[in-house]
Design a protein around this ligand. Structure first.
Ligand SMILES: [Zn+2]
Length: 279
């Protein structure tokens, strides 16, 4: 009984961006980049922010959840033709629009939740809202979350999605070497998700090319499946490592920008007084 259930679960595993490690790194970088008066809101809640950053990937049994993590650009004619509102998206694609992804609008919604949490002066709520927002901001920085060819299926590169966002991150990214960029308030924060997605999308062709180049070293196992060698991973990392690290760093910076801007929108509330430590 157990094995078939496990197989079913594995078969149903969603494409989860960044994996848990990447999502945690984005949160850490964002909190580090905050000015002290905003950082004060997270004192004692840092672990919670990280711990819930992958939660939205576990909500996908709800069929509406999947498309909240990406936006396919091709159905709209590419990065310069994207709709700004859900109404525009629907007008362009009809009933198909939702399944093509809605991540920029979800980022807007989750950012408003964070503003509400700051307004409520509720540090636990601030931490959770930040965590959930972080997930979608981080996903928007994954190049393969902006394209129909999200798993290399159109270019005979199946699996490239997890090789890039999980395989490389798990194997090579060193948390302690990641540097946080200082965050700043951004009055146009609600428009930024489109900029982030366009920047991500511009990285797609090179990413796919580098995977193909690394794959030329890849032996094929007896079952006809490609088993990636250590050489594959070394080459793919040498080519894409700076991009992986850069996108994690940018996601952290942009999450920090979103946090400060939410705090400003809520009237710059003073952080809660820390509870006295009992020894
Ligand atoms: Zn996701």
């Amino acid at each position: 009984m157990k094995a078939p259930v496990l197989l079913l679960l594995l078969a149903a595993l969603p494409l989860s961006a960044w994996g848990d490690k990447g999502h945690r790194i984005v949160c850490t970088l964002a909190l580090k980049g905050l000015p002290p008066e905003v950082q004060a809101w997270y004192a004692g809640h840092e672990a919670e922010v990280e711990d819930h950053a992958s939660d939205p990937d576990h909500w996908r049994q709800d069929r509406k959840e999947g498309p909240r993590h990406f936006l396919d650009m091709e159905p709209y004619g590419g990065p310069d033709q994207l709709p700004r509102t859900l109404e525009q998206a629907q007008a362009r694609l009809g009933g198909d629009f939702y399944r093509r992804g809605v991540v920029p609008w979800i980022i807007q919604d989750r950012w408003r939740d964070l503003v509400d949490a700051f307004r409520a002066r509720d540090a636990a709520r601030v931490a959770l809202a930040t965590s959930i927002l972080s997930h979608y901001v981080a996903d928007a920085h994954v190049p393969l979350h902006t394209t129909e060819n999200h798993d290399g299926q159109a270019t005979n590169q199946r699996g490239v999605h997890s090789r890039w966002e999980t395989g490389l991150v798990e194997r090579f990214v060193l948390r302690e070497e990641m540097r946080a960029l200082p965050a700043a308030a951004d009055p146009r924060i609600l428009e930024r998700p489109w900029d982030w997605l366009r920047s991500s999308h511009a990285l797609v062709p090179q990413l796919l090319e580098d995977d193909r180049a690394a794959d030329r070293t890849t032996p094929v196992d007896g079952h006809g499946r490609a088993a990636r060698s250590q050489a594959y991973w070394m080459i793919f990392w040498a080519k894409q490592g700076p991009t992986v690290q850069g996108q994690l760093q940018q996601a952290g910076k942009h999450l920090g920008d979103a946090v400060i801007t939410a705090w400003v929108a809520a009237g710059r509330p003073e952080g809660p007084t820390p509870l006295p430590v009992i020894h």
